[in-house]
Design a protein around this ligand. Sequence first.
Ligand SMILES: C[S@@+](CC[C@H](N)C(=O)[O-])C[C@H]1O[C@@H](n2cnc3c(N)ncnc32)[C@H](O)[C@@H]1O
Length: 224
Amino acid sequence: MKKFDPKAYKQMVKEYQENDNPTGWFDSIYTDAQGDYKAVFWSDLEPSPYLVKWLKENLNFSKQKKAIVVGCGLGDDAEALSEYGYEVIGFDISQEAIKLCKKRYPNSKVTYLVADLFDYDKSWLQNFDVVYECNTIQVLPGKYRVQARKAISSLLKNQGHALVSCRSRNKGEKENDIPLPLDYDEINKFVIDDYLEEISFLAYDDTQVPSIPHFFAIYKRNEK
Ligand SMILES: C[S@@+](CC[C@H](N)C(=O)[O-])C[C@H]1O[C@@H](n2cnc3c(N)ncnc32)[C@H](O)[C@@H]1O
C-alpha cells in the first residue's frame, strides 16, 4: 500500500484539473490502496449517520423504491440504503472502487457499476426515488461542479429525494482548497437552478480535530 502524502495528493489533483481532466485521477486513490480498502484515505468505512437517521425516520418510504448512490466509493452508504429496503445502484467512475465494493460485500444486493455521472445510462434519467451524493461535487473543479449538480438532480423522479452531503465553507473563503467545499449559494442551486424543493438543511461541524464544517441537505423534486 502507498503511504498517503497530502501535499503530493493536492499537487496531483491540481495538475489533472489544470489539464482539464478532472476525473482522471480518482482510480489512482483506490489502486494505491492495493486491495486494502481500509487504506482509502477519504472513506469513513461506515455509512453517514445523517443518512442512517433519515432512513430510520422514513421507514415507510423505502418500499419497492429505487435509490442510486453517486460516486459510491467503497459502498457504505449504498449498503445502508439496501439494508433499509431500497433497490440500490452504487456507481463510481473508478473501476478499482467498484472492484473493492464487490470484494468487500460479496453477497450484497446492491448493483455496483462503473459509470460516469457525466455520461450515465439514459434509462437512469428521472428514474430514482432517492439519489444520494456524498463528497463528489467538492472534488471537482469549476464547470464540472455545475454539471455534476445538474446530473444529480436529473436522476430524480418526481417526488423523489436527493440527499446531499459535503464539506462547507463561507463564501469567499478557502477558494484554492482541494477538496473545495461548497458554500451556501452553490449548494442552494439545487433549489434556484434545478427547481428542487428544500426539505431540510443542516450545517454542522464534524467530529474530527480540528472539526470540519459540513452541509447535509435534503431536496425533493416536487412537480405538480
Ligand atoms: C471524495 S470521494 C467520496 C466517495 C464516497 N461517496 C464517500 O463518501 O466515501 C468521490 C468519489 O466520486 C467518484 N467520482 C468522481 N467523479 C465521478 C463521476 N463523474 N462519475 C462517477 N463517480 C465519480 C470518485 O471516484 C470517488 O469515489
